[in-house]
Design a protein around this ligand. Structure first.
Ligand SMILES: Nc1ncnc2c1ncn2[C@@H]1O[C@H](COP(=O)(O)OP(=O)(O)O)[C@@H](O)[C@H]1O
Ligand SMILES: [Mg+2]
Length: 263
C-alpha cells in the first residue's frame, strides 16, 4: 500500500481538526495501520493529544520538531518520536511556529518546503498514513500542508457559523492545485453535533447541496469523553474505547481506508 498523506484543515478554529486528526490516527492504528502524525499548529494540540504538557514543551524547545524541520532544515527522521501507542509516531510542533509565516516568506520555493522535507519519510514505506494537523488560517504553512497532501479532510462544526468561510477554504484548495494537482477533497467531517438540537440537520442539508463535496456518512457527536481524554493527554479511542466518540471515529477511519483504497 502507498503512503497516503491526509491533511486536516479548516480556516475556522475550534472546528475539531486536532481532535479528528488524533482520533482518526488512533482508530487507524487500532485497525493495524502504521500512522505518522504531524503537528502543524503552534498550539501543540496534536502533540498534547499524545503527551503531557511537560513532554510537549520539551519537544517544542528541542532541535527536532515541525518548526526546525521547516525553518532550520532539521532532518525529518530525527524529528519523529515514538508515542506510547503501537503504530503511532509523532512529529511534534513548537510554540516557535507562531513566527513561521514570516520565516517561510523569505525561503526559496516556500510553498513546498514541507513536501520536500517529508519526501524521504513518505516514500520509505514505513507508514500507511501520514496525518497532518493544520492551524486555523489560510497562510503559507497551510499552503505547505496542502501541497504535501494527497487528501484533505475538512472537519466542520455543526453550527450556524460552521459553514461560514467554507467557500474561502475551497477557493484556497483550488489555488493549491496549481502546485499539487492531485490533491483530493476526501470529505467534510461534521463534528461537535448536538443531537438535542435539530440544527445539525440543517448543516448536513446545506453541505449536501455543495456539488462534488463528499460528506462522511458518520458524524461526530458531542461527547465529554473527548474532553476527559484530552485532559489526560490521550486520544479518546485509547482513553475510553467504549465511548460513543471512539465508535464514531472507528467508523470514520474505516470509511477513510475504503476511500483511499478505492483510488
Ligand atoms: N465531539 C466533541 N465533543 C466534545 N468536545 C469536542 C468535540 N470535538 C472537539 N471538541 C472540543 O472542541 C474544542 C475544539 O476542538 P479542536 O479539535 O481543538 O478544534 P480545532 O483543532 O479545529 O481548533 C476542543 O476544546 C475540544 O475538546
Ligand atoms: Mg487545532
Amino acid at each position: 500500500m502507498n503512503t497516503e498523506v491526509i491533511a486536516f484543515a479548516n480556516n475556522k478554529g475550534g472546528s475539531g481538526k486536532s481532535t479528528s486528526c488524533s482520533s482518526v490516527a488512533a482508530a487507524l492504528a487500532k485497525q493495524g495501520k502504521r500512522v505518522l502524525c504531524v503537528d502543524g499548529d503552534m498550539q501543540l494540540n496534536l502533540t498534547l493529544s499524545f503527551f503531557d504538557e511537560e513532554q510537549a514543551f520539551a519537544f517544542a524547545k528541542s532541535e527536532h520538531n515541525t518548526y526546525t524541520l521547516l525553518v532550520k532544515d532539521a532532518p525529518a527522521r530525527a524529528c519523529i518520536r515514538k508515542t506510547p501507542y503501537e503504530n503511532i509516531h509523532l512529529l511534534p510542533s513548537s510554540t516557535l511556529m507562531s513566527g513561521v509565516e514570516y520565516e517561510l516568506f523569505t525561503k526559496w520555493q516556500r510553498e513546498t518546503i514541507l513536501r520536500r522535507a517529508l519526501e524521504e519519510v513518505r516514500t520509505s514505506g514505513d507508514y500507511d498514513y501520514i496525518l497532518i494537523d493544520a492551524p486555523p488560517n489560510l497562510g503559507c504553512l497551510v499552503m505547505n500542508i496542502l501541497a504535501c497532501a494527497d487528501h484533505l479532510i475538512v472537519p466542520l462544526e455543526a453550527s450556524p457559523w460552521g459553514l461560514f468561510g467554507l467557500a474561502n477554504m475551497f477557493d484556497f484548495v483550488e489555488s493549491v492545485r496549481s502546485i499539487n494537482a492531485s490533491l483530493s477533497l476526501l470529505g467534510v467531517l461534521v463534528t461537535k453535533v448536538d443531537t438535542r438540537k435539530n440544527y445539525y440537520k440543517q448543516t448536513i442539508e446545506d453541505l449536501g447541496r455543495l456539488e462534488g463535496v463528499h460528506v462522511f456518512g458518520e458524524v461526530i457527536r458531542l461527547d465529554s469523553s473527548i474532553e476527559w481524554a484530552q485532559d489526560n493527554s490521550k486520544p479518546v479511542v485509547f482513553y475510553r474505547p467504549s465511548s460513543r466518540a471512539s465508535k464514531e471515529f472507528a467508523t470514520v477511519a474505516a470509511e477513510i481506508i475504503a476511500l483511499c483504497e478505492k483510488k
